[in-house]
Every structure is written in structure tokens, then in C-alpha cells.
Design a protein around this ligand. Structure first.
Ligand SMILES: [Zn+2]
Length: 193
């Protein structure tokens, strides 16, 4: 797995088993395809190698380039708890980016999280996607069998309030899958005690 960042957000790329294709975890800021592609290049890859994308949640720094990805032929996944946040995100994006083009809803590859292990396995990635609400209801995390967890904007445990049952439950689920190496979208990776 490799990572790069721009505008204070980290993006991750996971190699698929064919040795050529990549799965992107999160899809950039709106109207920033060149910056994103520059990041991919700095990470040692080419944008055209990305064949799949998973979005941790539909906020503009995570799903801003989904339409650009779709136009480039990248299959973007949509899980059962996702989709409701798209409209709100796009309303916000259009306030500052008149040139923004909306996501094509019928282009998503819709998948249930409990189907994610089989799907990922089919492209050569050992792991699964789980729902990790807390930061937002549409949040998911990708946990690999190498004990890595890509958590998007899930709040780090020390910042989770005692009564934030959603976030606490999400951390419990991540732990239950054996994750140790945590990769947030806006902070340095850290080890789970
Ligand atoms: Zn974010």
C-alpha cells in the first residue's frame, strides 16, 4: 500500500493481484484531478492504473473526484450505508465550484459490506470493508488481513466521547478484525495498542 497527500488529506492506493491495477481509497477534492494525479505519480504510480475506488464517506475531501474517476473508467463502489450523503456534498461543492459535474449514480458498483471480502478477494486484495459510523453515518473502513485499517475520518480513540456509541462501536469492530496499523485521512498512521 502507498499513500500521498495534498491539501491536508491522505489518499491510499492498494495494489491488486495482477500487479498492475490499483484500488484507490478515497477520491480527492472536487475539481482537483491534476493535483490528485500528481500525488499518484509521486507515490510511484500512474493514474491510469487505478481501476477501482472505495470512498470512506461522501464528504468533499474524500469523494470530490468520484465523477472524474467514473469518466476515467474507474469502477467506484457504493456500500449499503452510503449514498444518502451525496446530495448534501454536491450542494456544498457547487457553491464554490461552478464547473463541478455531478456523480453518475447508476455507474456505481453497489455492494453490501458483507460481500466486500469476496469482492476484494476477486481483485487480489485480502481484507474487508466494514461500516464504521461515528464521523458520519455513511463511513466505512477497509481492514486488510495485514492488520491495516484505513479509517477515513473516524475520530481517534482518545478524542471519542464516552457517550459516542457509534464511534466506540466502530473501534470495537476494527479491533475485532485484528487491525493494528491505523491509517487515518488527516493524521499520521499510528499503532493500535
Ligand atoms: Zn476528511
Amino acid at each position: 500500500m502507498v499513500q500521498f497527500s495534498y491539501r491536508r488529506t491522505r489518499y491510499y492506493l492498494l495494489p491488486c493481484s495482477d500487479g498492475d491495477s490499483l484500488l484507490a481509497f478515497d477520491a480527492g477534492w472536487p475539481c482537483s484531478p491534476l493535483e490528485y494525479a500528481r500525488g499518484v505519480k509521486a507515490a510511484g504510480h500512474g493514474f491510469d492504473r487505478i481501476k477501482w475506488a472505495i470512498v470512506s464517506h461522501f464528504h468533499l475531501d474524500h469523494a470530490g473526484l468520484v465523477r472524474d474517476f467514473q469518466d476515467a473508467g474507474i469502477r467506484c463502489l457504493l456500500f449499503e450505508n452510503q449514498g444518502d450523503g451525496i446530495e448534501g456534498m454536491e450542494r456544498l461543492v457547487l457553491r464554490s465550484h461552478k464547473e463541478y459535474r455531478p456523480i453518475l449514480r447508476d455507474r456505481f458498483l453497489s455492494l453490501r459490506t458483507d460481500e466486500s471480502r469476496a469482492f476484494l478477494s476477486s481483485i487480489g486484495i485480502a481484507g474487508e470493508v466494514i461500516r464504521t459510523p461515528g464521523h458520519s453515518d455513511d463511513s466505512v473502513s477497509l481492514v486488510t488481513d495485514a492488520r491495516e485499517a484505513l479509517i477515513g475520518d473516524l475520530y481517534p480513540l482518545p478524542q471519542v466521547m464516552d457517550d459516542d456509541e457509534a464511534s466506540l462501536g466502530s473501534w470495537a469492530a476494527i479491533r475485532a478484525l485484528g487491525a493494528r496499523h491505523i491509517f487515518p485521512s488527516h493524521a499520521e498512521p499510528f499503532e493500535l495498542a
